[in-house]
Design a protein around this ligand. Structure first.
Ligand SMILES: Cc1cc2nc3c(=O)[nH]c(=O)nc-3n(C[C@H](O)[C@H](O)[C@H](O)COP(=O)(O)OP(=O)(O)OC[C@H]3O[C@@H](n4cnc5c(N)ncnc54)[C@H](O)[C@@H]3O)c2cc1C
Length: 560
């Protein structure tokens, strides 16, 4: 059909298109080639390929079509009964089907994959997450709950819940929530007010949980204070809750409302009242914040992977657009300043990816029992560092991606604004940037962790033969040394705390630079791909060492 006359000659911009998100990603493919034995990779690749095709094809189209749908909470039936039923959107239903089919949680628990199980799982998450509107949120908590139960040693709950959480059968698959945050605080969770009362041998919970994502889950791990326990985190205990009974009735839970949020709008994040919720103690009736730590380790890793996946998606779209959109007589990708802008975003994404997948690799080693003390210390420190830096990198990269589309980036039915809104949650939940910076700084094993991190960065740099990479490697080590020196030169607690974010970001950026150099050298020696070299060079020109002294008295004046 020809255009109507008034439309003839009118310019119409072609939309950006996505290809197979596995095949189009040299970073993922190169890193897997370096890290995973060829025979293992060969067995995994057909599924990566399938997920890559889905993520850039049917699932992406479905995501765009699902844009205006949101989960719906029905609190009352027509006859006045309180029902609190939840309906999620078609995209989320499809995401659940694909989760089970591809074992997005289950893969991590497949012992045959040994220490590569986490890598296999998170390569899938990286491909799957950006096209599923944060369905990764319940999956992260499901994975976290599985790991927490395993580490709790509670044999009954392990045999009862784990087969559901790691199921590959749609009929038996469960997701899990983590109900921690209360109105008193998400960071300072020790102030939680929920009470646990033992009534005729059954624990019942009373209180309000203020942010409970994915309340569609079948179970949750939560914190409550057994009566008579002292205040603070030590006085809390971790409980297992089944959300509904066999008839589908809520277990002493009232869903007050769903949050009206900036982003993650497909995630049904609810405010709950626990009104005598039947619960089961997972371990001891104390030390709940410690008991739930494995959950946080896992969800922070998911957060980091989702952050790099969003960066990758943003860049895939921005680069596809830059190849098509013309301005001032050339495609945007040929405009030197536009190319310069995109190159900086690529370098950030490469750095974030390599640090995140180092974390994934270490977690896989730990879970397979193939980790030494150095690696374990490194794992403990890079968990908060990776979560906090990748959250910040993702928001900054995705915000630039929006601008790289000009006005189209601000228009809802391109799907782009949602990408930024969804990304903005990553530095907030699972520990904010400041809280994680303090977590890293104040931990008792900081010095062991830092020594392990320095050891890893030095190993990255030791093998650098390409002179410019070697120079960039030295820059990374110098930044780490300066950070360590800052820590050592007796500072009072206030100065240390005020500088914690700069310290954490400097250590993280220096490690990213060292990892970039290492990977670039490997790529040069194994096939000669120079993109890693370009990423390392570009990253080395971006701010790495963020340490500087500030005067707290002047800041107090500024805020007065
Ligand atoms: C979409 C969404 C879904 C969520 N889902 C869940 C869920 O399923 N389960 C759950 O338990 N929680 C959930 N949360 C809650 C989330 O984990 C918390 O919001 C988060 O941990 C921060 O806690 P808060 O909101 O109480 O902020 P606060 O702890 O009050 O922090 C406010 C600000 O103060 C800063 N701050 C706090 N303490 C310090 C300090 N000592 N030094 C310097 N700065 C500090 C923080 O960095 C932050 O910027 C969700 C949140 C969102 C946005």
């Amino acid at each position: 059909m020809t255009d109507p006359q008034w439309q003839q000659g009118l310019f119409t911009q072609a939309a950006p298109e996505l290809g197979n998100q596995y095949r189009d990603d040299p970073l993922l493919a190169g890193w897997l080639r370096r890290t995973v034995p060829a025979s293992v990779l060969q067995s995994l690749e057909p599924e990566f390929d399938e997920l890559g095709a889905l993520a850039g094809g049917d699932l992406y189209r479905m995501q765009l079509a699902d844009r205006l749908n949101e989960p719906r909470l029905t609190q009352w039936d027509p006859w006045g009964n309180r029902v609190d039923t939840l309906e999620v959107t078609p995209l989320w239903r499809e995401a659940e089907r694909l989760t089970v089919k591809h074992g997005i949680v289950a893969t991590a628990y497949e012992q045959a994959l040994g220490r590569h199980a986490r890598i296999a799982q998170f390569a899938k998450v990286y491909l799957f997450h950006p096209s599923t509107d944060v369905y990764s949120c319940p999956l992260a908590m499901t994975d976290g709950a599985a790991r927490t139960l395993l580490e709790s040693g509670n044999a009954r709950l392990i045999s009862h819940a784990l087969p559901h959480l790691t199921s590959r059968d749609p009929g038996t698959f469960w997701t899990s929530g983590q109900w921690m945050t209360e109105t008193t605080g998400g960071s300072d969770v020790g102030r939680s007010q929920t009470r646990a009362v033992e009534e005729s041998g059954v624990w019942r919970l009373y209180g309000r949980k203020w942010f409970t994502s994915a309340v569609t889950s079948q179970m949750a791990l939560t914190l409550a204070r057994p009566e008579g326990n002292p205040p603070g985190g030590k006085g809390l205990a971790m409980f297992f809750v089944e959300v509904r009974d066999a008839q589908g009735r809520l277990n002493g839970i009232r869903v007050d409302r769903l949050k009206d949020k900036l982003g993650t709008r497909k995630v049904p994040t609810a405010e709950l009242m626990l009104e005598g919720t039947r619960a089961e103690l997972v371990g001891q009736p104390v030390n709940g914040t410690r008991a739930i730590e494995p959950m946080l380790g896992v969800t922070r890793m998911w957060n980091s992977v989702c952050a790099v996946a969003f960066m990758r998606r943003g860049l895939a779209l921005a680069r596809a657009y830059a190849a098509r959109r013309e301005a001032f007589g050339a495609p945007l990708e040929k405009q030197p300043l536009h190319a310069d802008t995109l190159a900086a975003l690529e370098a950030e994404t490469w750095g974030a990816f390599l640090m995140t997948f180092l974390l994934v690799e270490l977690a896989g080693r730990a879970e397979a029992g193939q980790i030494d003390d150095q690696q374990r210390a490194l794992l403990r420190l890079v968990t908060p560092l990776t979560k906090l830096i990748t959250g910040k990198q993702a928001v900054s990269v995705v915000s630039e991606v929006i601008e790289s589309f000009g006005g189209a980036g601000y228009v809802e039915d391109t799907g782009l604004p949602q990408l930024l809104r969804d990304t903005q949650v990553l530095p907030i939940w699972e520990g904010t940037t400041n809280v994680l910076s303090l977590d890293a700084l104040l931990r008792s094993d900081l010095h062991t962790g830092l020594a392990a991190l320095m050891g890893r960065a030095s190993a990255c740099v030791r093998g650098l033969k390409e002179p410019r990479l070697a120079a960039a490697g030295k820059q990374a080590i110098a930044a780490l040394e300066r950070a360590a020196l800052w820590l050592e030169t007796g500072k009072d607690r206030e100065v240390l705390q005020a500088g914690a974010r700069r310290l954490a970001l400097t250590i993280a950026r220096a490690l990213q630079l060292a990892l970039l150099c290492e990977h670039a050298q490997w790529l040069l020696e194994n096939g000669g791909d120079r993109r890693g070299y370009a990423a390392a060079m570009r990253f080395s020109r971006l701010p790495v060492d963020l340490m500087h002294e500030v005067d707290p008295a002047l800041d107090a004046l500024l805020l007065s």
